[in-house]
Design a protein around this ligand. Structure first.
Ligand code: 6CS
Ligand code: FE
Length: 269
């Protein structure tokens, strides 16, 4: 049964109401193969943008790839992503942050309950949460390989976290991308919110992509399966919301707030 056009749920309508939205289309297998090849090549390099799971050589995440890899540089300009970000943010956007969270088979560690905006407000002095995360599934994501879990509607609650941690900030960016995060939502609060609002798993076939809000409460578990769960995340920020003087490394916080110009319609990677 197809929804009559007048009751089709708009991306903006669902995103504003629930804090997340799944795009109706998927990237092609060819595009995914190109992205995975770039991720493999970058993961093999020794450079600050590549971080590892604690005490292991398993890559946890790679950062800022759009600034030095040409496939990633094209990806952030694809019209289907730029136009979606512009619609959800309500105006011109730039790439604030780019990362791939690898969540390796058996070794990929959890991401505790948190809100991304807590990091961007407290560590980068971002003024508002008028930004959007676009998450592209590079692998098949299912219930067993540590999918991202979001709490719909929690983006409307402002920042909820252990302010004692905020009071004693480390100033160490590695505490913002490890399994032992500096700014978290206490599990007791997250569990109560999950009871009240329900949860949504970000699962799907490779090439599926979602948008989720910077303030939505989310987490993911350890990956105890043999299947990798690589998630590519592009954060588009409103050009009017660029932090004045971010201190963290540029591969975590872009200094270039020039609006992204989309490639021609139908552009491929
Ligand atoms: O600190 C940051 O910018 C990153 N850390 C987390 C846990 N989520 C937001 C962002 O990717
Ligand atoms: Fe996050």
């Amino acid at each position: 049964m197809t929804l009559a056009p007048d009751i089709a749920i708009s991306a903006k309508g669902q995103y504003d109401r629930e804090g997340w939205y799944q795009a109706p289309t998927r990237f092609s297998a060819e595009d995914m193969a190109k992205l995975r090849a770039s991720v493999e090549a970058i993961s093999a390099q020794t450079r600050p943008e590549v971080v590892y799971e604690k005490g292991t050589e398993a890559v946890r995440a790679i950062h800022g790839c759009h600034a030095f890899d040409e496939v990633c540089a094209r990806l952030v300009r694809l019209p289907q992503l730029v136009r979606l970000a512009e619609e959800l943010v309500g105006g011109p956007v730039y790439v604030y942050q780019f990362k791939v969270n690898l969540k390796q088979p058996h070794e990929g560690a959890a991401w505790p309950w948190h809100q991304d905006f807590a990091f961007w407000e407290r560590e980068d002095s971002m003024l508002t949460d008028n930004a959007v995360n676009i998450a592209i599934l590079l692998d098949d994501v299912h219930e067993e390989n540590g999918p991202l879990k979001v709490i719909p509607g929690s983006h409307l609650l402002g920042l909820i976290d252990e302010d004692t941690k905020a009071a004693a900030r480390s100033g160490d960016w590695t505490q913002h991308v490890s399994a032992d995060l500096e700014h978290t939502v206490p599990a007791t609060i997250a569990d109560r919110l999950a009871e009240e609002h329900g949860t949504r798993l970000v699962v799907g076939e490779p090439g599926s992509y979602y948008a989720f809000h910077p303030t939505i409460v989310h987490s993911s578990t350890d990956n105890r399966s043999p299947d990798r769960r690589a998630l590519l995340l592009i954060t588009y920020n409103s050009v009017s919301n660029a932090p004045v003087a971010p201190a963290r490394p540029e591969f975590l916080v872009s200094r270039d707030a020039t609006p992204v110009t989309a490639l021609e319609p139908g552009a491929q990677l």
